[in-house]
Unconditional design. Structure first.
Length: 180
């Protein structure tokens, strides 16, 4: 019998001073059985950083043909495609051809560095691609915030991000490897 997704809920107070967005959001996250808390929390972070009306979680790991998050317009065209980790160049090319904007949130320390060194030349030709690197120790700290029912605060100011719960806080300083 196949394992089912675990449901997490998050109530997030978002204060994104860089984009002038102040909003309380409630999201439900289905964590695939093979997904780690770290990866799930990077998805939550990406949701906060890219928040826009209509942004939604997809089937993610359950589907090879969908990103982790996306934003579609009213006619069904993909406006924003968000992937996590170190996707292969073929997947990124496909995403760049299907979406107006593609954002990759890469994490994993040396794996990200190696992936970027191997793909930088090919990926630099896409003018609708942004690649953001997140520090491994920091994303592992994000995993400590994961609970089935989370109450979080996310503050973004001058490129720095604070994600905190009642018990803990994590400071993130993402590095833009490629900005479109």
């Amino acid at each position: 019998m196949a394992l089912k997704a675990t449901i997490f809920k998050a109530a997030i107070q978002l204060a994104d001073m860089d984009r002038n967005i102040y909003q309380d959001i409630n999201i439900t996250i289905a964590r695939h059985p093979s997904e780690t808390d770290e990866r799930m929390m990077v998805r939550v972070l990406a949701f906060c950083l890219q928040l826009d009306e209509g942004l939604e979680f997809t089937k993610g790991l359950s589907s090879d043909d969908e990103p982790d998050l996306w934003l579609k317009n009213l006619s069904g065209e993909t406006q924003l495609w968000i992937d996590l980790g170190q996707p292969d160049e073929k997947r990124i090319r496909k995403a760049c051809n299907r979406a107006r904007q593609v954002v990759i949130y890469s994490y994993g320390g040396n794996a990200t560095k190696t992936w970027w060194q191997q793909n930088q030349a090919k990926l630099s030709r896409y003018d609708n691609l942004t690649v953001v690197s997140l520090d491994k120790e920091v994303t592992q700290s994000l995993a400590q915030l994961a609970q089935r029912n989370m109450v979080l605060q996310c503050t973004v100011q001058d490129g720095q991000i604070w994600l905190s719960s009642v018990d803990d806080a994590v400071l993130l300083e993402p590095e833009f490897l490629l900005a479109s």
